[in-house]
Every structure is written in C-alpha cells, then in structure tokens.
Design a protein around this ligand. Sequence first.
Ligand code: PLP
Length: 423
Amino acid sequence: MDLDIFDRLESQVRSYIRDFPVVFARAQGSHIFDENGRRYLDFFSGAGTLNYGHNNPVFKRPLLDYLESDGIAHALDMATSAKKRFLEVFERAVLAPRGLAYTLQFTGPTGANAVEAAFKLARQVKRRHNIVAFTHSFHGVSAGALAATANQKFRGAAGTALGNVSFMPYDGYLGEGVDTLDYLQTCLGDPSSGLDRPAAVIVETVQGEGGINEAGARWLRRLESLCRAHDMLLIVDDIQTGCGRTGDFFSFEASGIRPDIVTLSKSLSGFGLPMSLVLLRPDIDQWQPGAHSGTFRGNNLAFVTAAAAAEHYWSDDCFSREIAARAATLRAGLERIAAAHTDAALAVRGRGMILGLASSDSALAGRIAQRTFGHGVIIETSGARGEVLKFLPALTMSEESLAEGLAIVERALAEVLDPAVVN
Ligand code: PLP
C-alpha cells in the first residue's frame, strides 16, 4: 500500500504505522477496513481507547444529534449542557452505586495531562516533591509523567534529568514468594534509607505497557495501608485499565481499595474522542481557581459520548457480567494455545479483558504480531523488551470474532515456530 506521503512528510517518531503499514479508512465494531477494502479484526482497540468498539451506534447517534443541534463544541471549563449531563450521569451510574464521592477535575485531553495534574496536586497538598512509582510502569511521556515511567526507551528521549520519583519493585518483580512491599515499608521506616518522604504513590493495577503484570488484591490492600500509615496519597492510574477493561468500571474495585486520586482517559469518552478526568477525594481538592489550566479541558463532544457510555453500559451490572463471560472465553483460548505449544513456553497473564501471552524469547511476540497482522488481525506487543503479545479486544467483541482472532493468532504462532507450516 502506498505510504509515500507519510514517509515523506511525517516525523521519524511515528510508530504504530510501522507495525501496521496500511492506510486505514473506516471502522465498525471490531472491524477496521483499509483503503483497499481489506478487513482487519481489532485485538488492539486503540491501546485501550475503544473498549466499546469502533463507531458504536450507542454514541454515534447522540453525537450526530448534538452536532446537528449546534451544541457547544469548545468552552474551556465553562458550564455547558453537555458537561452538565455528563456530570449527572457519571455521578448516578458510576460514582453513587460504588459509594464513591470524588470531586471531578477535567484536564487537557491526554492521559499524561491527567497524570501531570494528579502529581502537581499531590505535591502541593503534601508539600513534598517525591512520588513513588513502580518498575515497568507507564504513566505518559510529558516530563512529569515521564519521570514516573520506567521504560528506558521513553526516558532516554527526555533530553533532561527526570527526577522527584523513586521506583519501587512492583508486585511479582522479585519472583514468586517475595512480597515486594517489604522493601517499600522498610525504606519508609528507615530515616537513612535514602527515600525522600513521598507525597504520593502511583500504581497501575495491571501494567498495560509494562507487560500485562497484575498486582494482587492483597498487595494492593497492603499498599493502601502503607499509604495511610505514612501519610502518602494513593493514586491509581486507571487510564488503560479503567472503563470496564478488567470487568468492573474501575480496575481497583475487586481489591476493595479506595484510592485518593484516580486518573481516567482513553475509553472514557467511549468513542475515541480525547478526554481525561482526575477523580479527587474532596478534601484534597486544594487547587486555587485557575491554578491549573489548559485550552482543551473538557471536550464537549466527548462529554456527549461519555455520558452515553456511562448511561448505556454502566447503569446496572449487566455489562460487567458480559465482560466476565467474554474474558473467560479469551483466557480459556489463550490457555489452550499455551498448552498446545509447550515448546514456546508461553505464560498467560492479566485480568479481565487485558490479557497477555508472555514468552522468555523476547523476539517471539513481535514475530507473532507481525504475522497475525498479515492474516488480518491487529494486535500489539508490550513489556520491557516487547516480549508479551497483548490482547485488548473491544469489551463488546462477539464470541465468533474472539474465536476467529484466537485461531488466527494460533496459526501465526505455529508458522513462526515452524516455518514449514506456512502454506
Ligand atoms: N497511563 C497509562 C496507564 C497509560 O497506559 C497511558 C497510555 O498508554 C498513559 C498514562 C498516557 O496516556 P496518553 O498517551 O493519552 O498521554
């Protein structure tokens, strides 16, 4: 396919286009079509942005109606009907049933914007500069968020020192049987540990970019207790794992923890429209009016679709039960593939609909992903060395499409393991 204009005019920084070198033209549900009309099954979901599939009619109709009625498109942080409706529905469908009483801060539209705001406020409130982040974490690539992102590929691009963050071992980092929080607890209790007293801890309950590493519920609860005991704010970065990805609306619900701050973005608007949100325990909302700003805080088109998402999918627990059923199918499929190809020594990781097939051969996942794309399925890799094949289908994907995608991945795996299989 002709990618000449992209090669000539676009920066070398482009990345996904290199893995999926076609020109995408339209999409519906779990299918994307390129300019030649070739169909691809989407096991990638815009890195967790399209949890409800592409151009879902649940959002498309209200969005078109809003545009046709000349609804407000841009309003900084002024009050609009679209924002009012989102606030009402989010409170009723998402916060109230979970007994959560967060204050909402709309930031600039990217996930990194939400993380930056969370860090800034935590540092202000606690009057301390240090934040604890974890090995293999990913929180964005703007300077403040990048300081809490572990991967050297991103850190190396900063061109400046990245500071005010201390990295601690994530759950499982030191192998089975080691509770990595022993180290954090020891450091916090030792005035000579070298750890500057943190304002906050930021954690992903499942590390998406870091290799689909899952923090156990007990580990998360202990982390919460450490935060309480040492007066540190607990920030859960639910940018990739929120909005149903692990089964519940918030990924931390299953563990029973109550974060002080939650960052949300990606699938919040449901439609792929940029939107970010920071949820704050009300007493830590100590911002001075206008102290943190941004031209694109609160995308009104996104408010329309985000309200529709909250209303349609989260007004009761039906969708959570559907996700659990699909997640069980996906996990069973991956476990069957791992068991059928013991020579590849694959391990299944993750929770809900964010699952990974991890290999000790760091090149394997990339080769499978490439071949899978050749067979019409879009899938990406993650992990420190790209060693994990990352399964992020839409939460609405049909059982047939799940089965079709899994069969294609297995075919690609067989071909990579034994090129003689290719016919
Ligand atoms: N936090 C997490 C957990 C993410 O997965 C991401 C993006 O993948 C971000 C933050 C940054 O979001 P954005 O790329 O929109 O800045």
